[in-house]
Design a protein around this ligand. Structure first.
Ligand code: IPM
Ligand code: MG
Length: 332
């Protein structure tokens, strides 16, 4: 197993070392391939990611990624979007589950659901034209793209409580009718119980009744927006991990960005990046991934937490505490 490790920019350079320390605590046979990509790289070489980097990434099985600052240049191509496209990472999986004792804006912790976001088409098609008086972006929905994300979501639902919510806006966007139909047909074929929701009422319902949901499948931009909103349910963007999954590769990334305002101070919360390690281990089908939940619960109980959660610990102190717990309790 070869893992590309990309810290990127800003707090990516703090949270990924903490996550790598946690991964190391499991003592797995794993070849790590460090890569420097992003803004700093662009400043140095004029390119944020080269063809060669992409080949190196493709020679690995998975990627652990921090965050990349978006380059303020109109010709800049997003590193993240390029990797998603090139590796055909069609499922963006974002679990929304509160950590023990941590609550978000609603003050509740009785929910546990997963957003499965289509990651390759929709309004992220890249087909657009920008003009002084008219600009447009083509929203692409294909049967193939809808089917594979629906299948991913149904397989996940089967492992959980067999419940799927399909989120769309087919009353206005006729392209979503195809997405909705394919998701319904796929859920029928899998024998998964489902309902569907318009994205605007879903946003409201998620804030009022997050406990009603289990697996939520939606198109690219809706998933992007809903997942940041749902970060407020668990307390902070700094707590939400994500996995970008394809047939061959997987790419793990905290939902937060590079946060230049707090970078370099050692105060960034590494828990989202550490939860990415959990998702990586789950993807590798390693049952010991569960230890990460226990280790995080232990750190929270002992108040080894960063300032965003009301603590005084640094990024690396949280990483060390979680890694120590794993070293002491990992018996595999
Ligand atoms: C995300 C981010 C990205 C997206 C950006 C950085 C391109 O917001 O992963 O949610 O829009 O998908
Ligand atoms: Mg986003």
């Amino acid at each position: 197993m070869k893992l590309a490790v990309i810290e990127g920019d800003g707090i990516g350079r703090e949270v990924i070392p903490a996550a790598v320390e946690v991964l190391g605590a499991f003592g797995l046979e794993l070849e790590k391939v460090p890569l420097e990509l992003g803004y700093a790289r662009w400043e140095r070489t004029g390119t944020a990611m080269s063809e060669e980097d992409l080949d190196t990434i493709k020679s690995c099985d998975a990627v652990l990624f921090g965050a990349v600052t978006t380059v303020p240049d109109p010709s800049y191509k997003s590193v993240l979007l390029t990797i998603r496209k090139e590796l055909d990472l069609y499922a963006n999986v974002r679990p929304v589950k509160p950590l023990p004792g941590v609550t978000g804006v609603t003050g509740r912790n009785d929910f546990d659901f997963i957003i499965v976001r289509e990651n390759t088409e929709g309004l992220y098609s890249g087909i657009e034209e920008i003009g002084p008086d008219l600009s447009w972006t083509k929203r692409v929905v294909t049967r193939k793209g809808s089917k594979r994300i629906a299948e991913y979501a149904c397989q996940l639902a089967k492992k959980r409580s067999d419940k799927l919510t399909i989120v769309h806006k087919s009353n206005v966007l006729k392209s979503d009718k195809l997405f909705l139909d394919v998701c319904r047909q796929t859920a029928d074929a899998y024998g998964v119980e489902y309902n569907d929701m318009l994205v605007d009422s879903m946003a409201y319902s998620l804030m009022m009744h997050p406990e009603k949901y289990d697996v939520v499948v939606t198109t690219n931009l809706f998933g992007d927006i809903l997942s940041d909103m749902c970060a407020a349910l668990v307390g902070s963007l700094g707590l939400v991990p994500s996995a970008n999954i394809g047939k061959k590769y997987a790419f793990f990334e905290p939902v937060h960005g590079s946060a230049p305002d707090i970078a370099g101070k050692g105060v960034s919360n590494p828990l989202a990046a550490i939860l990415c390690v959990k998702m990586l281990l789950e993807w590798m089908e390693k049952p010991e991934s569960r230890l990460i939940d226990d280790a995080i619960a232990d750190a929270l109980k002992k108040k080894v937490i960063t300032p965003d959660l009301g603590g005084k610990a640094s990024t690396s102190e949280v990483g060390c505490a979680v890694a120590k717990y794993i070293r002491e309790n990992c018996i595999v």
